[in-house]
Design a protein around this ligand. Structure first.
Ligand SMILES: Cc1ncc(COP(=O)(O)O)c(C=O)c1O
Length: 375
């Protein structure tokens, strides 16, 4: 399938109109496209979220934490089973991440452990300043349960939907449940701007504040006056042009990822020891950004790493699942509430090729290679 849509048209327009800067018609056009994509009536309720386009998903997490008032010495709860970019901005603020393990069906934040951790941190005299659940590999989390706990303890939620663009939970786009939601348009994501991200904000006022921090926190005066520390995190008009083009084919991309899931699902149903990770509830609609499997060495005859090496020799790129943050040397001193789920997944899981360039022929070759590998 085609990886690209009308990107060149939007980029050409940017050059023709001399908007080769971090603002301009493509930036506001891309934001409008994203707002249209996420805001629609759900259960008779109309979402009216605002989107601010930024230089990266990591920048979006960072600015959300800034706006939430996270400061040095604070604690922020973060899903442990994730990519480091979910947690790093907590440290940029001088705060400490408190890691929460996953539950086994979505592989995302375990709501029970979340509540245990909140109670424990409060008992220790430190109420967490925010909660960062993640939609890992595009799989929705048990967000209703997480939101219920967060609301009860009055702790804001910042959803890391960097991998979950277009995933839905009870019909609503992931990233629109909490106070803030993060999108990433890095090269490997559902849609790309070459590099970029965006923050979903609850209203115009908060979006304006995010924009203020993203553009060096300049006070509204004719000269350069600064009362706050700012950042250079705005998306450029060129990148936004790519994003606008990608939005013309986003539904094709989503359909393709779901198609790869269907092919893998059917094929692996017959292979003992290989299990595809699929939505555990019918009200969850993952984007299947990356299709992931777990390998049972007793049934399959080899472990995930041996399988990875076989695939590698056959020119098929597969990757181990994310190594949980509580196992990372850089976070060894951070508090963690664990149950063994993510640690176990890390020891048995692989990500399989799933992107728009993976053809049906490729899928057949991948499936055949895995079938022929089984001992
Ligand atoms: C879960 C998760 N969070 C955050 C990010 C950061 O996004 P970006 O690369 O756009 O900074 C990524 C991807 O890179 C990610 O996978």
């Amino acid at each position: 399938m085609s990886e690209t849509g009308e990107e060149k048209k939007f980029i050409k327009e940017a050059f023709d109109s001399n908007w080769v800067v971090p603002l301009g018609p493509n930036v506001s056009g891309f934001e409008a496209d994203l707002e249209e994509y996420i805001n629609y009536p759900v259960d008779g309720r109309n979402l009216e979220k605002k989107v601010v386009a930024l230089s990266a998903g990591t920048a979006a997490i960072h600015l959300a934490l800034v706006n939430l008032g996270v400061k040095a010495g604070d604690e922020v709860i973060c899903q442990s089973f994730t990519f480091a970019a979910s947690a790093n901005p907590v440290v940029y603020q001088g705060a400490t991440p408190v890691f929460i393990d996953s539950e086994p069906s979505t592989w995302n934040m375990d709501p029970n452990l979340l509540e245990d951790a909140i109670k424990d941190r409060i008992a220790k005299g430190k109420k967490p300043k925010a909660i960062i659940p993640v939609y890992l590999y595009g799989m929705p989390a048990y967000i209703d349960e997480i939101m219920e706990i967060a609301n009860r303890y009055e702790i804001p939620v910042l959803e890391d939907a960097a991998e979950g663009f277009g995933s839905r939970y009870r019909g609503q786009v992931c990233g629109t449940f909490g106070e803030y939601g993060v999108m990433s348009f890095n090269g490997n994501k559902m849609i790309t701007t070459s590099g970029g991200g965006a923050l979903i904000c609850p209203n115009e006022e908060k979006a304006k504040r995010i924009l203020f921090y993203a553009t060096q926190a300049r006070e509204p005066l004719p000269y350069y006056e600064h009362e706050h520390i700012g950042y250079n995190y705005r998306m450029s008009n060129i990148c936004a042009g790519i994003g606008r083009g990608q939005m013309t084919i986003v539904n094709d991309h989503l359909a393709h990822h779901v198609h790869t899931k269907d092919v893998y699902k059917e094929a692996f149903a017959d292979i003992d020891g290989i299990e595809l990770h699929v939505a555990p509830e019918e009200y969850m609609e993952p984007n299947y950004w990356l299709n992931t499997i777990t390998v049972d060495p007793d049934k399959f005859g080899m472990d995930y790493e041996q399988l990875r090496q076989v695939l590698d020799k056959a020119n098929i790129e597969s990757r181990p699942l994310w190594k949980p943050m509580h196992m990372q040397p850089v976070f060894k001193d951070a508090p963690a509430y664990v149950n063994g789920v993510s640690e176990n997944l890390f020891k048995v899981g692989l990500c399989l090729p799933s992107g728009p360039m993976v053809t049906d022929e490729d899928l057949a070759y991948i499936v055949e290679t895995i079938k022929n590998t089984k001992k």
